[in-house]
Design a protein around this ligand. Structure first.
Ligand SMILES: Cc1ncc(C[n+]2csc(CCOP(=O)(O)OP(=O)(O)O)c2C)c(N)n1
Ligand SMILES: CC(=O)[C@@H](O)[C@H](O)COP(=O)(O)O
Ligand SMILES: [Mg+2]
Length: 645
């Protein structure tokens, strides 16, 4: 069957003349549809060979053009939520020529980054922070009495606004009377299908359109005759309330919070968005503008399947065809997690799965396919996901909660307060642990070992391969307390062997013995370490011991005693921060060991901690980043050589 052609024109003559929003603002409004069309062509052509987030930016084209057209950026502030939809913002703010470097080492960040551009007002990457950050900026502008008046706009998606942090921001914004404009970019999608009652409510608002249009028109009349600023907030509220009772309509949730609501409008019609923004931009107080958009707009395959096209990888710009993944490749860690969970659930009816808006990213969708009633997508709410799991565990369920390492940072207090203090048997499956690659510093999962290690009663493990992940997941069922199993993004090195035996909690593995140097690893860095050791032993004639610690807590004291008695230098290696991670745990153990009275005459051996240094690591391929941080096979080899010299 012949593929549907999308007929993308690669030329962008008008866009080529826009090097900043000031250039855009010089254009007559009639030319904006062409700017939008060219932005879409640019995105399709560029992202087809330089992959990144696709569908969200495609849906936000008109919104982005209208924002930079109506507002005086960068003086006025646009705060993007998550920021994966901000590619057109980058293209309009002087970064068109550099866009082919998007998400690469030394290139543009895939998210707004204040280090990169004055137009990027705040760090973005994790969902739901834009309202709070925007409110902070709006309050700062009013405290500074900035002249001319500085507009602040937070742009947030329908899934991100359901996050707890966004609710907290709304709650505060409503109370503060700050001139914050919140734009709700509602495409009825998260990465996967959006969930939750707010989502249903937003869909319902669309059906209340007649009522909202009437309110908007009346507000326009008030504004035209300059009544808005004069009549005062109380009277506006009374006006709204009378209107509501006039039409006998239920109260709008945002209005109920004292945030003026406008919409829903067609967010993919640039003329409409420009008009509405012009109409409401000078209104006072917190406002929300609800725009309905289509995720993937303008590229049929993405419109039809926005979940696949959230971040599709490379594709044919004409047909949308994407390269097939070879079935010969070893499985992804996330898929090993997903299929093992199904296998465990088959024989354990008390097992349930929880994901915070990442069913396909974590492969929790495998459990959902087989056991939909035992799988819970709770939306972008990592804190809630953890506390919810605590509640489930308290009453006899066995929750496996799968969350990306960096997103789990959001739930730190919940882990301690709602799981660990009671020692509840929750299995934390921490995906995307270590340096994730192209998503960069907001998404690197490098802090988990450090932040979990200090929690009493927490068991922490990391598999060195896919088989070990399966073993650890099965073993977690035997534990009467919380356990965290962290594993990386991407594929295992080898296919699964198929055998599953339980492992002993707190026990590592001696991979090979040796006397001149001892290397302790955690997780998948074991492979590069093995390669480096082979080469170094061959080149130096020395013998090197290698242990896979497997558990960071409890540490294997038998292995550590064996290593301490060797009196040789020690290297620890982990795909995580060296400050507080596995290396630090070993250092503490050794300090205690050599400080004890019977060994006080003996000096502690030299110990080198390898891993992610104490700074934020940029984006790049995982291989590049491991190299940058010095713990790829080459870096490990060099360190070994320098020690053995
Ligand atoms: C705290 C947090 N959890 C999860 C994610 C992963 N994530 C990235 S985008 C996204 C969906 C966002 O949906 P929405 O806000 O509606 O924007 P859209 O992609 O639809 O434009 C999710 C869950 C994240 N970035 N941050
Ligand atoms: C924007 C965002 O946070 C996610 O889309 C993230 O980029 C997912 O990355 P994975 O490809 O690792 O699922
Ligand atoms: Mg959405």
């Amino acid at each position: 069957m012949e593929k549907e052609k999308t007929n993308v024109d690669a030329t962008t003559p008008l866009l080529d003349t826009i090097d900043s929003p000031a250039d855009l603002r010089k254009l007559p409004a009639e030319r904006l549809p062409q700017v939008c069309a060219e932005l879409r062509s640019f995105l399709i052509n560029s992202l087809s060979s330089h992959p990144g987030h696709f569908a969200s930016s495609m849906g936000a084209v008109e919104l982005t053009v209208a924002l930079h057209y109506v507002f005086n950026t960068p003086y006025d502030r646009i705060v993007w939520d998550v920021g994966h939809q901000a590619y057109c913002h980058k293209l309009l703010t002087g970064r068109r020529d550099a866009f082919s470097t998007n998400r690469t080492l030394g290139g543009l960040s895939g998210f707004p980054s204040p280090k990169e551009s004055e137009y990027d007002t705040f760090t973005a990457g994790h969902a739901s922070n834009s309202i709070s950050a925007g409110l902070g900026m709006a309050v700062a502008a009013s405290v500074h009495k900035d002249e001319p008046h500085r507009n602040v706009v937070a742009v947030i998606g329908d899934a991100s606004i359901s996050g707890g942090l966004a609710f907290e921001g709304l709650n505060n914004a409503a109370n503060s009377n700050s001139d914050l404009l919140i734009i709700l970019n509602d495409n009825d999608m998260s990465i996967d299908r959006n969930v939750g009652s707010l989502n249903s409510y937003l869909a319902h608002l669309t059906s209340s359109k007649g009522y909202n249009d009437l309110r908007y028109s009346l507000a326009g009349i008030l504004r035209k005759y300059n009544l808005i600023t004069d009549i005062g907030k109380g009277r506006i509220t009374r006006f709204n309330n009378s209107l509501k009772s006039l039409i006998n309509h239920e109260q709008n949730i945002f209005e109920g919070l004292n945030i003026r609501y406008f919409g829903p409008f067609d967010g993919n019609d640039v003329a409409t968005v420009v008009k509405v923004l012009n109409d409401i931009k000078d209104f006072k107080g917190p406002r929300i503008l609800h725009l309905r958009t289509t995720k993937g707009k303008g590229f049929l395959p993405a419109e039809k399947d926005p979940a696949t096209w959230h971040a599709p990888g490379i594709f044919d710009p004409a047909t949308g065809e994407r390269p097939q993944e070879s079935p010969e490749k070893p499985p992804k860690y996330q898929d090993i997690f997903g299929s093992t969970l199904v296998e465990i659930a088959d024989s354990h009816p008390e097992v349930v799965g929880i994901t915070a808006a990442m069913p396909s990213g974590t492969s929790m969708n495998k459990l959902a396919e087989k056991y939909p009633e035992r799988t819970f997508d709770v939306g972008i709410s990592e804190g809630h996901a953890v506390t919810f799991s605590g509640g489930l565990a308290k009453d006899g369920m066995k929750p496996f909660v799968a969350i990306y390492s960096s997103f789990l940072q959001r739930a730190y207090s919940h882990i301690i307060h709602d799981v660990a203090i009671e020692g509840l048997p929750v299995t934390f499956c921490i995906d995307r642990a270590g340096l994730v690659g192209e998503d960069g510093p907001t998404h690197h999962g490098v802090f988990d070992l450090a932040y979990l290690r200090s929690i009493p009663g927490m068991t922490i493990a990391a598999p060195r391969n896919g088989d070990e992940l399966r073993r650890l997941m099965h073993t977690s069922l035997t534990l009467d307390g919380p356990i965290a199993i962290r594993y990386p993004r991407g594929r295992a090195k080898n296919k699964l062997s198929g055998t599953i035996e339980h492992v002993t909690i707190g026990k590592g593995v001696r991979i090979k013995d040796g006397n001149d140097l001892a290397i302790l690893t955690i997780g998948t860095v074991a492979d590069d370490t093995t390669d480096a050791i082979k080469q170094a032993e061959h080149d130096t004639g020395k013998s090197i011991a290698h242990y896979d610690m497997r558990f960071v807590k409890p540490l294997d004291s038998d292995i550590l005693t064996e290593v301490a008695r060797k009196r040789c230098p020690i290297i620890t290696i982990e795909d995580g921060t060296v400050n507080g991670g596995m290396g630090s745990a070993v250092l503490e153990w050794l300090a205690d060991y050599f400080n004890s009275s019977e060994r006080e005459e003996t000096a502690m051996p030299r110990l080198i901690r390898m891993g992610v240094p104490d700074r934020f690591i940029s984006q790049g391929t995982p291989d590049q980043l491991h190299h940058l941080c010095g713990f790829d096979a080459e870096g490990i080899y060099k360190t070994i050589k320098s020690i053995l010299k």
